[in-house]
Design a protein around this ligand. Structure first.
Ligand code: ATP
Length: 360
């Protein structure tokens, strides 16, 4: 396990009476890509700004590379930040933008040339050194911003929604580029986004935040397959939520009854009679044609009528109506697939392993 490069302990941040961060405890491991994910206003940027030194915590401690960093100004921390709007200098060309920090430190001309060229090569802008910033595309500006931040060889690079201004195709390309640059430099990346796809693609670990607190911390796979709360199940990927009641618990498995079906799923702490929510991911649901008179609820299965069909290239997403409830179900689409038409009666079924029981 890599040692922590940043350690936040009992960090609180208030703006007047408003608590933006509440008791944050977090170790960021050397060399990892850690993503702060959560809805707008949950405190991601505030946490990032505290690490960068642009904001002081109201209370709590911050260690960077084992040293108390709370009193250190931003330029004395081995941390650099890439902003959403790049914050490049329009009156300087690409080379001078990247060279800026090195010149401030008094690095020699030969060294600057060598290091800036190496960074421009890293971000694949070798032939753009003499371009003005207003002659670059959004993706190229983002690369200059990355080169400018990385040239100082920070221990930690903070990236605040760096791809938000780019369109989807370029965003996907830049995500790959970020992974490559991370691998080549070994720098610790702390990445802020409210886009769960970006978080899944990029991160070693994800910190899911909600109202100034850490809701869950884990690998993208952990958060997706084993959400610990309704908030996490809903925020990280699409899911179907059904309310139910625990009928009995044995060996970490609970028998659940719902208004529509019975189910069994892994549970952390729940006692007989407790109200719970079940999360079932759309891709875990199998969809088959059903007889028109088949309505009986059963174990891990319901019948319903297709209300909507969405064709999304390699997959088809069905909305299936059962009583007043809508279930979303997603099927991979083989080349010769015959899709179920709206109005068709279908049977939805899933295995026990697909059911995640969330206690209230
Ligand atoms: P977004 O995804 O919209 O950028 P965020 O998760 O990054 O949101 P923050 O910018 O950290 O959220 O803000 C957290 C909360 O703290 C918000 O309610 C915000 O309005 C508040 N806040 C942030 N900075 C200040 C400030 N300087 N003064 C007062 N309130 C602030």
């Amino acid at each position: 396990m890599n040692r922590p490069i940043v350690q936040l302990q009992n960090v609180h941040k208030s703006f007047g009476p408003f608590k933006a961060l509440n008791d944050i405890n977090l170790d960021i491991r050397q060399g990892e890509i850690l993503t702060l994910l959560g809805p707008s206003g949950c405190g991601k940027t505030t946490l990032m700004r505290i690490i960068a030194g642009f904001e002081a915590p109201t209370s709590g401690s911050l260690l960077i590379a084992g040293n108390d960093a709370v009193a250190l100004p931003p330029e004395k921390r081995s941390v650099n930040m890439v902003f959403q709007r790049y914050a490049l200098f329009p009156h300087l060309d690409v080379f001078d933008n990247v060279a800026f920090g090195l010149r401030l430190q008094g690095v020699s001309k030969t060294q600057i040339k060598e290091q800036v060229n190496a960074m421009l090569h890293l971000v694949q802008l070798d032939s753009f050194a003499n371009r003005w910033i207003n002659e670059l595309s959004g993706g190229q500006c983002q690369r200059v911003a990355l080169a400018r931040a990385l040239v100082n060889r920070p221990d930690v690079l903070l990236l605040d929604e760096p791809l938000a201004a780019l369109d989807l195709k370029i965003r996907h390309h830049m995500l790959k580029e970020l992974k490559r640059i991370h691998e080549e430099t070994g720098t610790t990346f702390v990445y802020v986004t409210h886009d769960q796809d970006e978080a899944m693609i990029l991160s070693d670990r994800v910190v899911l935040m909600n109202k100034g607190e850490i809701e869950q911390l884990g690998s993208p796979q952990d958060l997706y397959a084993a959400p610990e709360s309704l908030f996490c199940a809903r925020f990280f990927g699409d899911t179907n939520i059904v309310e139910g009641q625990v009928g009995g618990v044995s060996d970490g498995l609970a028998d659940i009854s719902t208004a529509f079906f019975s189910a069994r799923g892994a549970v952390r702490r729940a006692s007989t009679g407790a109200s719970v929510s079940l999360s079932i991911r759309p891709e875990a649901i199998r969809l088959d044609a059903a007889a028109s008179d088949d309505t009986s609820p059963s174990h891990n299965a319901i019948t319903g009528d297709i209300e909507d069909v969405m064709f999304i290239g390699n997959r088809v997403v069905y909305q299936v109506k059962h009583g007043d409830s809508l279930f979303t179900c997603q099927q991979a689409r083989p080349v010769a697939c015959i899709e179920h038409a709206p109005g068709s009666r279908v049977r939805l079924s899933w295995p026990d392993e697909a059911v995640v029981v969330l206690t209230h």
